[in-house]
Design a binder for this molecule. Structure first.
Ligand SMILES: Cc1ncc(COP(=O)(O)O)c(C=O)c1O
Length: 383
C-alpha cells in the first residue's frame, strides 16, 4: 500500500449517514441536511438530449478534451453570462469538477511542492495535492474575512516553495464569496511569484443577490474550473470543465488522454442542452427557490442559537458555529441525529484547524422539510 493513502481521510459524515440509513430502515423519518447536491432532478431538456444521444448511438469515445461543440457552447456561456471572451480551445471538458481538480494538480504539483488552501475548505483539495505527493498548507481563515483569503492573509501565509493557491468562490462549506477586487489581488499576488491560482467556480449560478465574477476576468494564467453538477443539476452525469492557461494545454491533454481517455459521451451530448433558454428558465427558478430556503434557514438557525457570523451569498450551505451547545461538533451531530433524526455535517470534514466548532447545514431539501428540521431542533432544546 502506498504511503500517500494514509493521508486520505474519509468523510466523517459517512459514519453519520450509515447510522441515518440504519435508522431509516427501522422506520425513523430522517431529514437530510448533509447532502451536497441539488434535490432537483436534472432539467428535462438536458435529460431528453441525453436520451436522444443514446438512442442515436452516441456511445463511443469523444476527443480527450471533449466534444468541440460542447467546448464552444461553454465558451458561449462565458460570453453570455460574464461578457468574457474565452477561446473554446482553452476549455477542457472533464469528468466532473473533480476531474478538473485532478488534472490541475497533476500538471502543477511535484513531489514536495506546497499548495496553499483555505481552512475551512473543500476537503478533497488537500487530498488531490497528496495524491501527487505535494504538501497541502491549510491556512486557518476567520469569519472576519468571510472564511476566505484576503491579501493580508495570503501575504502572511505565503511560502516561496508554494506552487499554487486553491480557492473556491462561493465556497463549500461556507457559501461565502471572494469580493471581485480581492480575487484580482490574490491572483496578481500568486502570479507575480510564478505560482498559479486554481479557482473553483463550481457554485457559480447559485449566487443570491449579485452575480459572481469569474477569475477569468483577471488573468489568462489561472486554472478556472466549473461543473455541470451543481447549478445545472447533473451530479450523477459526472461532467465538468476547466479553462486552462494556454502553456499548459498540451500537458493537460496528455494527462487527460492517459487517465480518462474522454469524459462521458452521453453526458456531453446532454450538456449541450444545458445552455438553452428553456433550461435556463428552469435553473433560474431553482436558484430562486434556493435563495428562499436560505432566507428562511439562516435566521431560523440564528434564532435557535447558532452563530452564523457571515450570511452566505451562494452555494446551498450554511456554516454555523455550534460552540454555544457543544465542545465537539461531531458528537453534537451524532446526538442530534439520534434524538431528532436530522443529519448535518460536522466541521471536521472541512477544517483541520478548528474541526470541532462548526457544523454545515445543506438546504438541499424542500422548505417544508427545513421547517420540520428547525422544529425538531427547537424541541431538542436548542433554544
Ligand atoms: C467546492 C467543490 N468543488 C468540487 C466539487 C466536485 O464536484 P463534481 O465533481 O461533482 O463537479 C465539489 C462537490 O461537492 C465541491 O463542493
Amino acid at each position: 500500500m502506498a504511503d500517500r493513502v494514509k493521508h486520505i481521510a474519509p468523510f466523517h459524515v459517512m459514519a453519520l449517514l450509515a447510522r441515518a440509513r440504519a435508522m431509516e430502515a427501522d422506520g425513523r423519518d430522517i431529514v437530510h441536511m448533509e447532502i451536497g447536491e441539488p434535490d432537483f432532478p436534472t432539467p428535462e431538456p438536458i435529460v431528453r438530449a441525453g436520451q436522444q444521444a443514446l438512442a442515436g448511438g452516441a456511445t463511443h469515445y469523444t476527443p480527450a478534451l471533449g466534444l468541440p461543440e460542447l467546448r464552444r457552447a461553454i465558451s458561449g456561456h462565458y460570453r453570455d453570462c460574464y461578457g468574457l471572451k474565452v477561446p473554446w480551445q482553452r476549455i477542457v471538458v472533464t469528468p466532473g469538477g473533480s476531474g478538473a481538480l485532478l488534472l490541475a494538480t497533476a500538471v502543477l504539483v511535484q513531489s514536495g511542492d506546497e499548495v496553499i488552501l483555505p481552512d475551512p475548505g473543500y476537503p478533497c483539495n488537500r487530498h488531490f495535492v497528496r495524491l501527487f505527493d505535494g504538501v497541502p498548507v491549510n491556512v486557518a481563515l476567520t469569519a472576519q474575512t468571510g472564511f476566505q483569503f484576503d491579501l493580508p492573509a495570503l501575504q502572511r501565509s505565503w511560502r516561496d516553495s508554494a506552487v499554487a493557491l486553491m480557492l473556491a468562490s462561493p465556497s463549500n462549506p461556507t457559501g461565502t464569496l471572494i469580493a471581485p477586487d480581492v480575487l484580482g489581488q490574490l491572483i496578481e499576488f500568486v502570479e507575480a511569484r510564478g505560482a498559479r491560482a486554481i479557482v473553483d467556480e463550481i457554485y457559480h449560478g447559485l449566487v443570491y443577490g449579485a452575480d459572481a465574477v469569474s477569475a477569468l476576468s483577471f488573468s489568462d494564467n489561472t486554472f478556472v474550473l466549473n461543473s455541470f453538477s451543481k447549478y445545472f443539476g447533473m451530479t450523477g452525469w459526472r461532467l465538468g470543465w476547466m479553462v486552462v492557461p494556454e502553456p499548459y494545454l498540451d500537458a493537460v491533454e496528455r494527462v487527460a488522454q492517459n487517465i480518462f481517455l474522454a469524459p462521458s459521451t452521453p453526458a456531453q451530448y446532454a450538456a449541450l442542452a444545458a445552455f438553452s433558454a428553456q433550461t435556463r428558465e428552469i435553473l433560474e427558478e431553482r436558484r430562486r427557490i434556493f435563495a428562499e430556503r436560505r432566507d428562511f434557514l439562516v435566521p431560523a438557525l440564528r434564532d435557535l442559537g447558532f452563530d452564523i457570523p457571515v450570511t452566505p451569498s451562494g452555494a446551498f450551505y450554511i456554516y454555523a458555529d455550534c460552540s454555544k451547545f457543544t465542545r465537539d461538533s461531531f458528537q453534537f451531530c451524532e446526538d442530534i441525529l439520534e434524538k431528532t433524526g436530522v443529519v448535518i455535517t460536522p466541521g471536521a470534514d472541512f477544517s483541520v484547524a478548528d474541526p470541532k466548532r462548526y457544523v454545515r447545514f445543506a438546504y438541499t431539501t424542500d422548505k417544508q422539510r427545513l421547517e420540520e428540521a428547525v422544529a425538531r431542533l427547537r424541541a431538542y432544546g436548542l433554544s
